[in-house]
Ligand binder design. Structure first.
Ligand SMILES: [Zn+2]
Length: 396
């Protein structure tokens, strides 16, 4: 570890151009560019629709709500403020320009759309097809030089949803699929199992699925239902049926479960407690053996997006977890921009702190090597080994 730390300290100049770090090509595996035009006017509540036109007011209201202890309300208002600002700022291209400033030149971004126009809050100004088309234009823009890696999304119950995914892949050159079960479907939805996952396996497309207790819910979806569909265990039938599918459970289980793990720990008297903590469950699933020298879930990955923004608290744990070679080969760097806009530290600041804390070798593995394997750009056999020797995993 000391050697890695030394290299990180020497190469710590925060610039892509001329800063000595130009030899690393970061892939941020989790960003969003969708705008106010892709969000229903009536989301999350019709009474709030008008407020979106006045983002300054929203920011003030969010601050008030936070001060008064209404954390969830504040978070919602803040999101609305960002949506409104982003929508006025000129679409997905403008948001991309904002995120590119935060990273070294040449950094690639996996862009994840969302279909919020089909979750019971009324239609969005621009439908999913238009959102996909705009993203495709951005990805093809020669000035972007292949730095945008577009993913498609779908709500499996919507008519024509599978055809739209095929159009994205076959006509527009999209590279993977984004799922968001909290919007109203289980990961083993019959349409996904019968049509979408087999298609992804045939075309070598990775899947990423929101795996955190926070986030948007479809109208009429209870919190308990949303959690049941988002839980790591909900993917077991999928992973069992499609061992060749590369699935990333995003957010490494989410901030709430990380906080519970860090602050409350695990009871030695209740072995099942770890299963209920999504961060622990993901680690266990990734490292589980199949009893024959292989892996129980060979296609399972996770990303550190959003969750790493509680950096100071969580990163020592992340670093310890990554001492396990299997885990180190299955964790992806991602940020969840622009959900991170109102956090205390900029994305740039968090990214560099993470890099120094993990050391250059581990950071390179999660930000450069692993994303290439997950995206299918190089054979899996070439990765999955940490530079560090495997060490005993932390308790739990
Ligand atoms: Zn996200």
């Amino acid at each position: 570890m000391a050697e890695r730390d030394g290299r990180a300290a020497e190469g710590g100049a925060p610039e892509g151009a001329g800063g000595g770090l130009a030899d690393i090509r970061i892939t941020n595996c989790h960003v969003h560019l969708f705008t106010a035009r892709h969000v229903p006017r009536a989301y999350p509540h019709p009474a709030l629709a008008w407020i979106r036109r006045v983002p300054g007011l929203i920011t003030g209201a969010a601050g008030l709500a936070r001060a008064a202890g209404f954390e969830e309300g504040a978070a919602r208002l803040s999101r609305l403020g960002r949506f409104a600002a982003a929508g006025r700022a000129g679409g997905q291209r403008a948001i991309l320009a904002a995120i590119e400033r935060q990273y070294p030149a040449g950094t690639r971004f996996v862009v994840l759309p969302m279909d919020l126009g089909g979750i019971g809050h009324g239609p969005a100004e621009r439908d999913l097809r238009a959102q996909h088309d705009e993203l495709a234009r951005l990805a093809r823009d020669p000035r972007r030089g292949g730095r945008v890696i577009p993913f498609a999304t779908l709500l499996p119950d919507r008519p024509g949803a599978v055809a739209e995914v095929r159009r994205c892949v076959e006509d527009l050159g999209f590279r993977g699929l984004k799922l968001y079960p909290r919007l109203g479907y289980p990961p083993d939805h019959p349409v996904l199992m019968a049509e979408v996952y087999p298609y992804c396996v045939r075309h070598g497309l990775p899947v990423i699925s929101h795996c955190s207790r926070g986030g948007v819910r479809g109208r009429g979806v209870s919190r308990a239902e949303a959690d049941r569909w988002s839980a790591p265990q909900a993917f077991v039938p999928v992973l069992d049926a499609f061992p060749g599918l590369r699935v990333c459970l995003a957010h490494f289980g989410g901030q709430a479960d990380w906080r519970a793990y860090v602050e409350d720990g695990l009871s030695p008297d209740d072995p099942a407690e770890g299963e209920r903590n999504w961060q622990v469950a993901i680690r266990r699933m990734i490292t589980a053996g199949d009893g024959r020298g292989g892996r129980r879930f060979p296609g399972l990955w996770t990303d550190v997006s959003y969750t790493l923004f509680e950096f100071e608290e969580f990163v020592p744990f992340l670093r310890l977890f990554l001492e396990d070679a299997r885990l180190a080969g299955r964790v992806l760097f991602g940020s969840d921009f622009y959900m991170t806009r109102l956090e205390r530290l900029s994305e740039r600041a968090v990214c560099f702190r993470l890099r120094v804390a993990l050391g250059e070798a581990l950071f390179r593995q999660i930000a450069e090597t692993n994303p290439r394997a997950w995206l299918g750009e190089e054979p899996l056999a070439a990765t999955g080994r940490a530079a560090a020797p495997a060490a005993a995993l932390a308790a739990g």
